[in-house]
Design a protein around this ligand. Structure first.
Ligand code: MG
Length: 278
Protein backbone atom coordinates (compact mmCIF):
# COMPACT_ATOMS: atom_id res chain seq x y z
CA UNK A 1 0.00 0.00 0.00
CA UNK A 2 1.04 3.59 -0.59
CA UNK A 3 3.39 5.05 1.99
CA UNK A 4 1.61 7.90 3.72
CA UNK A 5 2.22 10.03 6.78
CA UNK A 6 -0.56 11.93 8.50
CA UNK A 7 -1.62 14.16 11.34
CA UNK A 8 -4.83 15.75 12.58
CA UNK A 9 -6.12 18.43 14.92
CA UNK A 10 -9.61 19.47 15.98
CA UNK A 11 -11.04 22.10 18.33
CA UNK A 12 -14.50 23.30 19.32
CA UNK A 13 -13.49 26.89 18.49
CA UNK A 14 -14.03 30.08 20.48
CA UNK A 15 -17.84 30.29 20.58
CA UNK A 16 -19.16 26.75 20.77
CA UNK A 17 -19.10 24.44 23.74
CA UNK A 18 -19.48 21.22 21.75
CA UNK A 19 -17.41 19.87 18.90
CA UNK A 20 -19.77 18.34 16.33
CA UNK A 21 -16.92 17.62 13.91
CA UNK A 22 -15.50 14.11 13.77
CA UNK A 23 -12.54 12.73 11.90
CA UNK A 24 -10.65 9.52 11.25
CA UNK A 25 -7.04 8.97 10.30
CA UNK A 26 -5.66 5.51 9.63
CA UNK A 27 -3.64 3.63 7.11
CA UNK A 28 -5.35 4.24 3.80
CA UNK A 29 -8.48 6.08 5.03
CA UNK A 30 -8.92 9.71 6.10
CA UNK A 31 -12.27 11.31 6.90
CA UNK A 32 -13.65 14.64 8.09
CA UNK A 33 -17.35 14.93 8.99
CA UNK A 34 -19.08 18.11 10.20
CA UNK A 35 -22.31 17.31 12.00
CA UNK A 36 -25.41 19.48 12.10
CA UNK A 37 -28.51 19.33 14.27
CA UNK A 38 -29.30 20.53 17.76
CA UNK A 39 -28.79 18.94 21.18
CA UNK A 40 -25.72 16.88 20.29
CA UNK A 41 -27.46 15.24 17.31
CA UNK A 42 -24.88 16.70 14.95
CA UNK A 43 -22.12 15.00 16.84
CA UNK A 44 -24.05 11.71 16.65
CA UNK A 45 -24.43 12.06 12.88
CA UNK A 46 -20.80 12.88 12.19
CA UNK A 47 -19.61 10.06 14.43
CA UNK A 48 -21.95 7.57 12.74
CA UNK A 49 -20.53 8.56 9.35
CA UNK A 50 -16.91 8.27 10.39
CA UNK A 51 -17.50 4.95 12.17
CA UNK A 52 -19.34 3.47 9.20
CA UNK A 53 -16.49 4.28 6.82
CA UNK A 54 -13.91 2.89 9.20
CA UNK A 55 -15.95 -0.33 9.54
CA UNK A 56 -16.43 -0.74 5.80
CA UNK A 57 -12.89 0.17 4.74
CA UNK A 58 -10.66 -1.44 7.35
CA UNK A 59 -6.94 -0.74 7.40
CA UNK A 60 -4.89 -3.18 5.38
CA UNK A 61 -7.62 -4.16 2.92
CA UNK A 62 -7.52 -2.35 -0.38
CA UNK A 63 -11.08 -1.60 -1.45
CA UNK A 64 -12.42 0.14 -4.53
CA UNK A 65 -13.89 3.56 -5.20
CA UNK A 66 -17.30 1.87 -5.28
CA UNK A 67 -16.68 0.51 -1.77
CA UNK A 68 -16.08 4.05 -0.56
CA UNK A 69 -19.29 5.30 -2.20
CA UNK A 70 -21.24 2.33 -0.83
CA UNK A 71 -19.97 3.03 2.68
CA UNK A 72 -21.06 6.68 2.42
CA UNK A 73 -24.48 5.62 1.12
CA UNK A 74 -24.83 3.20 4.03
CA UNK A 75 -23.90 5.94 6.46
CA UNK A 76 -26.54 8.16 4.87
CA UNK A 77 -29.27 5.55 5.36
CA UNK A 78 -28.15 4.83 8.90
CA UNK A 79 -28.24 8.51 9.91
CA UNK A 80 -31.53 9.10 8.07
CA UNK A 81 -33.20 6.14 9.80
CA UNK A 82 -31.93 7.24 13.22
CA UNK A 83 -33.24 10.76 12.64
CA UNK A 84 -36.65 9.36 11.69
CA UNK A 85 -36.84 7.10 14.73
CA UNK A 86 -35.49 9.37 17.45
CA UNK A 87 -37.34 12.66 17.98
CA UNK A 88 -34.28 14.28 19.58
CA UNK A 89 -32.29 13.50 16.42
CA UNK A 90 -34.83 14.84 13.91
CA UNK A 91 -33.10 16.69 11.10
CA UNK A 92 -29.58 15.69 12.07
CA UNK A 93 -27.07 15.35 9.29
CA UNK A 94 -23.43 15.60 8.46
CA UNK A 95 -21.04 16.54 5.73
CA UNK A 96 -18.39 14.03 4.75
CA UNK A 97 -15.08 14.39 2.94
CA UNK A 98 -12.88 11.32 2.63
CA UNK A 99 -9.70 10.09 0.97
CA UNK A 100 -9.06 6.38 0.60
CA UNK A 101 -6.28 4.41 -1.03
CA UNK A 102 -8.19 2.13 -3.41
CA UNK A 103 -7.59 -0.34 -6.18
CA UNK A 104 -8.63 0.92 -9.60
CA UNK A 105 -9.23 -1.70 -12.33
CA UNK A 106 -7.29 0.35 -14.88
CA UNK A 107 -4.73 2.32 -12.91
CA UNK A 108 -3.96 0.09 -9.92
CA UNK A 109 -3.50 1.82 -6.59
CA UNK A 110 -4.96 5.35 -6.62
CA UNK A 111 -6.46 7.83 -4.19
CA UNK A 112 -10.23 8.11 -4.19
CA UNK A 113 -11.66 11.38 -2.90
CA UNK A 114 -15.34 11.55 -1.95
CA UNK A 115 -17.43 14.51 -0.87
CA UNK A 116 -20.92 15.41 0.30
CA UNK A 117 -21.52 18.88 1.75
CA UNK A 118 -19.21 21.82 2.43
CA UNK A 119 -16.22 20.28 4.11
CA UNK A 120 -13.25 20.38 1.75
CA UNK A 121 -10.37 18.44 0.31
CA UNK A 122 -7.28 20.27 -0.95
CA UNK A 123 -3.93 19.19 -2.33
CA UNK A 124 -0.64 21.07 -2.07
CA UNK A 125 1.72 20.27 -4.96
CA UNK A 126 4.81 22.26 -5.91
CA UNK A 127 3.87 24.69 -3.14
CA UNK A 128 0.53 25.48 -4.73
CA UNK A 129 -2.80 24.75 -3.05
CA UNK A 130 -5.67 23.43 -5.12
CA UNK A 131 -9.18 22.63 -3.94
CA UNK A 132 -10.10 19.14 -5.10
CA UNK A 133 -13.70 18.96 -3.89
CA UNK A 134 -16.63 21.15 -4.90
CA UNK A 135 -18.81 22.46 -2.07
CA UNK A 136 -22.48 21.56 -2.01
CA UNK A 137 -23.60 24.92 -0.72
CA UNK A 138 -25.87 27.78 -1.65
CA UNK A 139 -22.95 30.16 -2.12
CA UNK A 140 -21.07 27.67 -4.31
CA UNK A 141 -24.10 27.63 -6.62
CA UNK A 142 -23.95 31.44 -6.77
CA UNK A 143 -20.23 31.27 -7.58
CA UNK A 144 -20.87 28.67 -10.30
CA UNK A 145 -23.52 30.94 -11.83
CA UNK A 146 -21.11 33.88 -11.74
CA UNK A 147 -23.41 35.82 -9.40
CA UNK A 148 -20.72 36.29 -6.75
CA UNK A 149 -16.97 35.68 -6.53
CA UNK A 150 -15.28 33.03 -4.39
CA UNK A 151 -13.98 35.83 -2.16
CA UNK A 152 -17.50 37.21 -1.69
CA UNK A 153 -18.74 33.69 -0.87
CA UNK A 154 -16.48 33.53 2.19
CA UNK A 155 -18.38 36.37 3.84
CA UNK A 156 -21.84 35.85 2.36
CA UNK A 157 -24.59 35.90 5.02
CA UNK A 158 -26.02 32.63 3.69
CA UNK A 159 -22.74 30.76 3.43
CA UNK A 160 -23.90 28.25 6.07
CA UNK A 161 -26.56 26.73 3.84
CA UNK A 162 -25.46 23.37 2.49
CA UNK A 163 -27.41 21.83 -0.37
CA UNK A 164 -26.37 18.24 0.20
CA UNK A 165 -25.62 16.32 3.40
CA UNK A 166 -25.82 12.80 4.80
CA UNK A 167 -28.93 11.87 6.78
CA UNK A 168 -31.37 14.38 5.28
CA UNK A 169 -32.95 12.22 2.59
CA UNK A 170 -33.00 8.45 2.04
CA UNK A 171 -30.69 8.78 -0.98
CA UNK A 172 -27.68 10.98 -1.48
CA UNK A 173 -25.44 11.66 -4.45
CA UNK A 174 -21.77 11.30 -3.67
CA UNK A 175 -19.12 13.18 -5.69
CA UNK A 176 -15.94 11.18 -6.16
CA UNK A 177 -12.61 11.76 -7.84
CA UNK A 178 -9.63 9.51 -8.32
CA UNK A 179 -6.10 10.87 -8.29
CA UNK A 180 -2.75 9.22 -8.90
CA UNK A 181 -0.54 8.73 -5.85
CA UNK A 182 2.15 11.38 -6.40
CA UNK A 183 5.22 11.55 -4.19
CA UNK A 184 5.35 14.85 -2.32
CA UNK A 185 1.64 15.63 -2.55
CA UNK A 186 0.16 16.92 0.70
CA UNK A 187 -3.59 16.58 1.17
CA UNK A 188 -5.76 18.58 3.53
CA UNK A 189 -9.26 17.59 4.62
CA UNK A 190 -11.03 20.21 6.70
CA UNK A 191 -14.36 21.41 8.00
CA UNK A 192 -15.79 24.83 7.10
CA UNK A 193 -14.66 26.15 10.48
CA UNK A 194 -11.18 26.37 8.95
CA UNK A 195 -11.96 27.84 5.54
CA UNK A 196 -14.46 30.40 6.87
CA UNK A 197 -11.71 31.85 9.07
CA UNK A 198 -8.50 31.32 7.13
CA UNK A 199 -7.99 32.34 3.48
CA UNK A 200 -6.61 29.79 1.01
CA UNK A 201 -3.30 31.62 0.58
CA UNK A 202 -2.74 31.52 4.34
CA UNK A 203 -3.65 27.80 4.43
CA UNK A 204 -1.16 27.27 1.60
CA UNK A 205 1.56 29.07 3.54
CA UNK A 206 0.98 27.08 6.71
CA UNK A 207 0.99 23.77 4.84
CA UNK A 208 4.19 24.73 3.02
CA UNK A 209 5.91 25.81 6.25
CA UNK A 210 5.44 22.75 8.43
CA UNK A 211 6.49 20.38 5.69
CA UNK A 212 8.01 17.59 7.78
CA UNK A 213 5.30 17.18 10.38
CA UNK A 214 1.64 16.86 9.35
CA UNK A 215 0.49 16.96 12.98
CA UNK A 216 2.20 20.31 13.53
CA UNK A 217 0.72 21.59 10.25
CA UNK A 218 -2.81 20.49 11.23
CA UNK A 219 -2.48 22.10 14.64
CA UNK A 220 -1.14 25.32 13.10
CA UNK A 221 -4.19 25.48 10.84
CA UNK A 222 -6.57 25.03 13.77
CA UNK A 223 -4.65 27.66 15.75
CA UNK A 224 -4.93 30.10 12.83
CA UNK A 225 -8.72 29.58 12.66
CA UNK A 226 -9.04 30.19 16.39
CA UNK A 227 -6.88 33.30 16.13
CA UNK A 228 -9.20 34.61 13.40
CA UNK A 229 -12.32 34.18 15.51
CA UNK A 230 -12.96 30.46 15.75
CA UNK A 231 -16.70 30.91 15.22
CA UNK A 232 -17.26 27.23 14.38
CA UNK A 233 -15.74 23.87 15.19
CA UNK A 234 -12.44 23.40 13.34
CA UNK A 235 -10.94 20.17 12.03
CA UNK A 236 -7.86 19.66 9.86
CA UNK A 237 -6.44 16.34 8.62
CA UNK A 238 -3.11 16.51 6.76
CA UNK A 239 -1.84 13.55 4.71
CA UNK A 240 1.58 13.39 3.06
CA UNK A 241 2.45 11.02 0.22
CA UNK A 242 5.97 9.79 1.00
CA UNK A 243 6.29 7.30 -1.83
CA UNK A 244 4.49 7.31 -5.13
CA UNK A 245 4.75 8.28 -8.78
CA UNK A 246 7.13 11.04 -9.81
CA UNK A 247 5.50 14.47 -9.60
CA UNK A 248 4.52 15.92 -12.97
CA UNK A 249 6.12 19.06 -14.35
CA UNK A 250 5.11 22.09 -12.22
CA UNK A 251 3.48 23.70 -15.26
CA UNK A 252 1.21 20.73 -15.84
CA UNK A 253 -2.43 21.21 -14.89
CA UNK A 254 -4.06 18.92 -12.37
CA UNK A 255 -6.05 16.05 -13.75
CA UNK A 256 -8.93 16.02 -11.31
CA UNK A 257 -12.15 14.88 -12.89
CA UNK A 258 -15.22 14.11 -10.81
CA UNK A 259 -17.09 10.84 -11.30
CA UNK A 260 -20.69 10.12 -10.43
CA UNK A 261 -21.96 6.59 -10.32
CA UNK A 262 -25.20 5.95 -12.24
CA UNK A 263 -26.87 4.55 -9.17
CA UNK A 264 -26.29 7.74 -7.22
CA UNK A 265 -27.37 10.01 -10.06
CA UNK A 266 -30.68 8.29 -10.76
CA UNK A 267 -31.74 8.32 -7.12
CA UNK A 268 -30.64 11.85 -6.32
CA UNK A 269 -33.36 14.16 -5.09
CA UNK A 270 -33.61 17.86 -5.74
CA UNK A 271 -31.42 20.22 -3.79
CA UNK A 272 -32.58 20.74 -0.24
CA UNK A 273 -31.73 23.75 1.87
CA UNK A 274 -29.99 22.61 5.00
CA UNK A 275 -28.73 25.18 7.45
CA UNK A 276 -25.60 23.74 8.99
CA UNK A 277 -25.10 26.43 11.61
CA UNK A 278 -28.45 28.00 12.48
MG1 MG B 1 -18.82 23.55 10.54
Amino acid sequence: MATLRWGAATHEGQLRTQNEDNHHVGDGLFVVADGMGGHLAGEVASEMAVTRLDDRLPAGRLGSRDDLVAAINEANVEIYNASQQNPEQTGMGTTITAIAVVDDPLDGEVLAVANVGDSRGYVLRHGRLRQVTVDHSFVQELVAEGAITAAEARHHPRRNIVTRALGIEPYVRVDTWTMPIIRGDRFLLCSDGLVDEVADDVIQGILATHRDDPTVAAQALVDAANASGGRDNITAVVVDVLEGDDPPDPTEEFDVIPVWSDVDATTAGGPAEIVSDP
